[in-house]
Design a protein around this ligand. Structure first.
Ligand code: C2E
Ligand code: CA
Ligand code: CA
Ligand code: CA
Length: 277
């Protein structure tokens, strides 16, 4: 507490703005939040586009801090990467997400699970051993587990990323290229990526029923992805009309608020119960 107060004093005296202070406070609070398990995972369903069947979930980090209030992952993950905290964070996410998956499988819920990795995780030499052991310890086949990496994370160091993703696939994990279309991956690079799934960024999906250009982009991306033997996932579906367009375009998997927001495990189970009834 005293340490935090002194940082404030220094920051204020130097005339730093509120944004900066908040970032400073996030950097200071994150390690103990991870250590003391004050982070939470929420789960958002991924469904078959054609049938609406629930195939699995994506785990998404949530953090509500007493002082900071809700801190969004978009806000703290880049900071965790800068401070090196990201590795501990990724380890916690994998552990907690796979614990939950193990529980669901024990209950007979045959769900798959997607975990987000950051750019730095791909440079971590122990990554493959860590996730492989984490799955093995819980008796989970890697085939149930998808690792999502953004297009831009791969482009930080493509050679390194490609060999890491290749290793993960050899063990049996599925790889998804996240936020596709927002980065700078060329078609040639896409062809070289060891991946199973292409996730179309929600900026192309949200208005797909009303913006013809978005529909065109998505249509050709789905065709291309299928040529490259990649499954396509559309994220950010907020309306039935978007789902209907994607069905026509032959998209494989859908995800979005229209089906469900990311929910804590217990709420997700409730949602699933009502959805399947
Ligand atoms: P992402 O991996 O692209 O995750 C999808 C984001 O879109 C999530 O935001 C989700 O809540 C949101 N979303 C889902 N459906 C809809 C929709 O229909 N409409 C709208 N407007 N949004 C929708 P969230 O949970 O705030 O996460 C933001 C980003 O933070 C994620 O983007 C991911 O890059 C990162 N992130 C979240 N959890 C983790 C994690 O455990 N590890 C790492 N490395 N990154 C994470
Ligand atoms: Ca993701
Ligand atoms: Ca995404
Ligand atoms: Ca994103």
């Amino acid at each position: 507490q005293a340490k935090r107060a002194s940082v404030f004093a220094v920051a204020y005296s130097q005339g730093m703005d509120e944004q900066y202070l908040r970032r400073l406070q996030i950097v200071q609070s994150l390690p103990s939040a991870v250590r003391e398990q004050r982070l939470q995972l929420h789960f958002q369903p991924k469904l078959s586009c054609q049938t609406g069947q629930v195939l699995g979930v994506e785990a998404l980090l949530r953090w509500r801090d007493e002082q900071l209030g809700v801190v969004r992952p978009d806000e703290f993950i880049p900071l965790a990467e800068q401070t090196g905290e990201i590795q501990r964070l990724t380890r916690w996410v994998c552990g907690a997400a796979l614990d939950q998956l193990q529980l669901w499988h024990e209950q007979g819920l045959q769900l798959s699970l997607a975990i987000n990795l950051s750019a730095l995780d791909l440079q971590w030499s122990e990554l493959v051993a860590f996730v492989t052991d984490s799955a093995k310890q819980r008796g989970l086949s890697p085939a149930w587990i998808t690792l999502e990496v953004t297009e831009s994370a791969v482009m930080v160091d493509p050679e390194q990323a490609i060999s890491r993703l290749q290793e993960l696939r050899e063990v049996g994990f599925k790889i998804a290229i996240d936020d596709y279309g927002t980065g700078y991956a060329s078609l040639a690079q896409l062809k070289r990526l060891p991946a199973d799934e292409l996730k179309l960024d929600r900026s192309f999906i949200q208005h797909i029923a009303s913006i013809p250009e978005d529909e065109t982009i998505v249509r050709s991306t789905i065709l291309l992805a299928h040529e490259l033997k990649l499954t396509t996932v559309a994220e950010g579906i907020e309306e039935d009309s978007a789902w209907q367009v994607l069905k026509q375009l032959g998209c494989d998997t859908v995800q979005g608020y229209y089906f469900s927001r990311p929910l804590a495990a217990a709420q997700f189970e409730e949602w699933l119960d009502n959805y399947q009834r």
